[in-house]
Design a protein. Structure first.
Lengths: 75, 401
């Protein structure tokens, strides 16, 4: 999986797009964010939508790895 | 000032998932045997309340949408909210995961009137989180909370000192924080229904009936509360540290129960060590399938904080119990606490054990809880639990759910 993100003000991460199963998804809205400590790593979770479905993606600040955690298909 | 997040868990879920907005939503535990922890205002309109089972809620509101709660999401939101309050005053008391008291007395010269501060906070919460809150302002914590409860959701109410007696005169006593349904029944039997009546009721009779609480009740009736806003850093140390879990299914098997006890004991031990606490009294709570619940304690000679030592004491307690029914819930806690206790072990075997424990803690700090653990716990119960009322964003009361 490939993720594209903006870094706002050198501090805030904002996911912009991701490629999953050879298809690019453009994030139209970050609906919620939260952070969790997993060991010494901080994992930033983003609830995002491409205007149709809802995705939960996570960024581990220690491993610098993005992950698609969940997909909720509308309908 | 009192800030209460409206239908907190449900609102967070509605904000996270746009398809849930304006719909009846109930947040439930992640486990199978669960109850409703919060319902949205749309669900409340059907009578769905906290503590109801899923079928009960479904009966009242057939279209209700159940969402499995995400404690990490809620506790992180609370932590960030507390940071936001800190922009207006350093005196923030986290009352629960969705409620806080702010002493803004010293902030008025910086930020203006209480209404201005309240509106700024409301705007920031809405912009940053998409959530609404009810804010109450009053001369003390009792009245600020009462004010906050007067207008929900998304409300703002001020109780000014000169209006206290008029507001309390006809206010039912049950509206006051600290007067629960049982106490309300007792007061009702004494002919006390409103705060005005409570304030006028002879204090001697209240003391006769309720002991020291009687004095407090008299003051509450008059709208007097001298308790300060206690920020997290000034919160008194823990009196006990414990964990409990509703089991995946009822158990009667000793071996299965022992594994749950070991898991709980290890969790308690980790938290004790994180806060540099040791304890001498181990308590084990057990709930039967018929919800009959009891706690048994055992005090040992040595102060302990090794999960395995705690487990051995809990096991001794279990051995004294003849189970009458299958077990639904187990809990382990340690009290009689001291901090920074140090007893040099005499024997190499004990010194080695401490070294192993330190190494395990380091690994688990680095890679997460139970990354290294007892072999018996490799197949442990991944229990998310509920956010304890005592949960706080930092310190020993902070639990990483």
């Amino acid at each position: 999986m490939v993720f594209g993100a903006d870094c706002i003000g050198g501090k805030k991460i904002k996911p912009v797009w991701f490629i999953w199963r050879e298809r690019q998804y453009r994030i139209t809205e970050v609906t919620y964010t939260w952070t969790s400590k997993e060991g010494s790593a901080s994992v930033h979770y983003f609830s995002v939508t491409d205007g149709q479905d809802l995705y939960e993606i996570a960024y581990n600040t220690e491993t610098m790895v993005w992950k698609l955690m969940a997909v909720e298909v509308e309908g | 000032m009192h800030v209460d997040m409206n239908a907190f868990f449900a609102s967070v879920e509605q904000q996270s998932k746009p398809s849930l907005r304006d719909k009846p939503v109930a947040v439930i535990g992640a486990q199978q045997r669960t109850v409703i922890t919060t319902s949205s205002y749309e669900a409340r309109a059907y009578g769905v309340t906290v503590g109801m089972t899923v079928p009960e809620a479904k009966k009242l509101c057939p279209d209700i949408i159940f969402v499995a709660g995400n404690n990490k999401k809620y506790t992180d939101t609370c932590t960030r909210l507390v940071e936001l309050y800190g922009d207006y005053t350093p005196l923030v008391e986290v009352y629960s995961v969705d409620e806080a008291f702010l002493d803004i007395t010293g902030s008025l010269s910086l930020f203006g009137k209480p209404e201005d501060i309240a509106m700024r906070i409301k705007r920031k919460i809405l912009k940053g989180f998409g959530l609404t809150c009810s804010i109450g302002v009053g001369p003390n914590k009792l009245l600020a909370k009462l004010a906050g409860n007067m207008q929900k959701p998304d409300g703002f109410t001020t109780i000014r000192p000169e209006a206290v007696s008029e507001i309390l005169e006809k206010m039912p006593v049950g509206e006051l924080c600290g007067i629960g349904s049982r106490l309300e029944i007792h007061l009702d039997a004494m002919g006390v229904k409103t705060c005005g009546e409570l304030g006028r009721f002879p204090v001697k009779e209240l003391v006769n009936k309720f002991g020291v609480v009687g004095n407090k009740l008299h003051q509450m009736g008059l709208g007097i509360d001298e308790s300060p806003v206690v920020p997290i850093e000034d919160t008194p140390g823990a009196k006990s540290v414990g964990h409990s879990m509703t089991l995946k299914r009822n158990v009667s098997n000793g071996e299965e129960m022992e594994r749950y006890l070991l898991q709980l004991s290890e969790m308690v031990g980790r938290r004790l060590r994180r806060g540099h606490y040791f304890g001498r009294t181990v308590a084990m709570t057990l709930r039967y399938s018929n919800f009959q619940t009891f706690t048994k304690r055992c005090t040992v000679k040595e102060y302990i904080n090794d999960g395995f030592d705690i487990y051995l004491v809990a096991l001794d307690i279990v051995k004294m119990i003849r189970l009458k029914y299958t077990v639904r819930l187990l809990g382990v806690s340690v009290s009689n606490l001291v901090t920074n206790y140090c007893q040099m072990p005499l024997f190499k075997k004990d010194r080695d054990r401490i070294s192993v424990l330190k190494a395990m803690d380091k690994i688990n700090d680095r890679y997460g809880e139970f990354s290294v653990t007892q072999a018996r716990l490799l197949d442990r119960y991944s229990h998310k639990g509920v956010i304890a009322p005592a949960w706080r964003p930092t310190g020993i009361r902070n639990v990483n759910y």
